[in-house]
Design a protein around this ligand. Sequence first.
Ligand code: PHE
Length: 445
Amino acid sequence: MAQRETWTSRIGFIFAAVGSAVGLGNIWSFPFQTAANGGAAFLVVYLLAVFLIGFPTMMIEFVIGRRGEQNPVAAFEKIGYGNWSFTGGLGVFSSLVTLSFYSVVGGWVLSYIVGSATGAYFGDPGTYFGSVASGPTAIAAHAVFMAITIGIVASGVTDGIERATKVMIPAILVLLVGMAAWATTLSGASAGYEYYLSPDFGVIADNFASIVPPAMGQAFFTLSLGFSVMIAYSSYLGRDDSLPADGGAIVVVNTLVALLAGFVIFPIFFATGGAEGAGSGGAGTAFVALAGAFGSLPAGQIIGFVFFAVLLFAALSSSISLLEVPVSYVTESYGYSRGTTAVVMGLAIALLGVPATFGTSWLGFYNDLVFNIFLPIAVLLFAVFAGWVANREAVDELGRGSSVGESFTTAWLWWIRIVVPIAVIVTLYLGVESLYTGLTSGAYF
Ligand code: PHE
């Protein structure tokens, strides 16, 4: 069997993992979830969820991945707990389903890049969204987005994923910083910052039950947790770096990108007077609101183009990680070549995504199914596995190559044994309830 690939450097791994984390979740969902859930109040809960629950959970996936040095299913066997492989498998399944609709939204982004260049959405943003979000244009753009994703994954871990993310991540950072600097010059900027950054703790207290589940879901999603992605990526480490240090860097950069996106979007909204409607609706409102805002700005066409280009890079650096999970599983477990597997799996996933091009209700349903059910269940299982089943190996692996010391690893163990599961169970409960309500009230179909 061919030798397993590894990242060429520590920084290569960090770029790839940041690439997976930084995605539509940061630049598209995060600002809009924040807008929909009371602005700064949501931000506070979200940041707590990222650092207190997300970071320790990322360590769980890293520990399993680096210890197992295999795809997310075989990793469990390799560590000696083969009957837990299904938990890795659940992540593989979630990755497939998520990529199927993530790519549809990626296709919208492509259409908005074109629309910025031609100015097509400036006159009537609502109609433009309608024309690209479903039907033949949506299918075609979804196909193009998948084709690019397949191309990168087929090229391999180092030549494809590592190389692509090393270009895309710096580009995202530089362009976002540039746009945030430009946004300070807008007339509504200070009102935007105010809404974004001054939390009203009364709002948090009053809306706790409605803020926590989206904040938790967003924290997991944005860090790519619960999808076995971080298991797959850390399995290519092949060396003893500090997992907490690498994970810390990844979490911080990912958070920075989300915050920066807010620094671009909130001033724009307050400058163009479109903040209210922005957070209220489904998947499409964000696109319509943004396009509308760009349309009323002086250099809107250029800003729009750059913004959607950043969004495309972010989406691609995530979609490749979602495809890598099933591809690594099939190539390693069944011995097919990476190229063939990437193409076949990619096509299957593209087909699975077709219903999401029929209208945004399917997309919302896929999204909530993964967010509210699969994702928390997988995280819960990972935590129980690492905390209660493979606890010695887990603690040992977390400390390997790191200077954190035993008090850190022990604290982590108890944290993932008790706190993470409780937080996830609460989220799961509220998530199931909301999905059920959505289904019975006809909110989806
Ligand atoms: N983290 C990505 C985002 O924020 C999405 C993603 C989720 C990617 C899970 C891979 C796995 O958009």
